[in-house]
Design a protein around this ligand. Structure first.
Ligand SMILES: [Zn+2]
Length: 143
């Protein structure tokens, strides 16, 4: 189970904040028969489809960014979400249809805050990695 944190992913998450957008991502989803992880249930549980060359059934939560693959027809997307990312704010949010506009905006604000924090953390890490590499190169020059 891989967890990637690049800016493409953060942008994708940003675009998947409605259930209908997420549902539309499940075009080539392998489970469409009557089972636990059909597209409608996956989208309702916060997931959108982001297949890779190696894994055709990778999904990602638009809120916490958790990626899951290896789905079985008997899997319940809500249960899997809870099991693998129990602090995700989406799990305690109201269903989209019952949410008021101000609740939606609050969730959205929290989500964007999280997104910015993660983007900044990523930049800091890149900077520190670069600084470490430069330092090493410089000490090689001296030696
Ligand atoms: Zn989540």
């Amino acid at each position: 189970m891989a967890e990637t944190t690049d800016e493409t992913q953060l942008l994708q998450n940003f675009l998947m904040n409605t259930e209908s957008e997420r549902l539309a991502s499940f075009k080539d989803w392998p489970f469409n028969e009557d089972c636990g992880c059909v597209p409608a249930k996956m989208a309702a549980a916060g997931f959108y489809h982001c297949p890779t060359d190696r894994e055709s059934d990778v999904v990602r939560c638009f809120m916490c960014g958790k990626e899951l693959d290896g789905w079985e027809p008997s899997d319940d997307p809500w249960e899997e979400h809870k099991k693998h990312s129990n602090k995700c704010p989406f799990l305690n949010a109201k269903p989209e249809s019952e949410e008021t506009l101000s609740e939606f905006l609050k969730t959205e604000r929290d989500r964007q805050e999280q997104r910015i924090v993660r983007a900044v953390e990523l930049k800091i890490k890149e900077f520190l990695d670069q600084a470490a590499r430069t330092k090493e190169e410089m000490s090689n020059l001296k030696g």
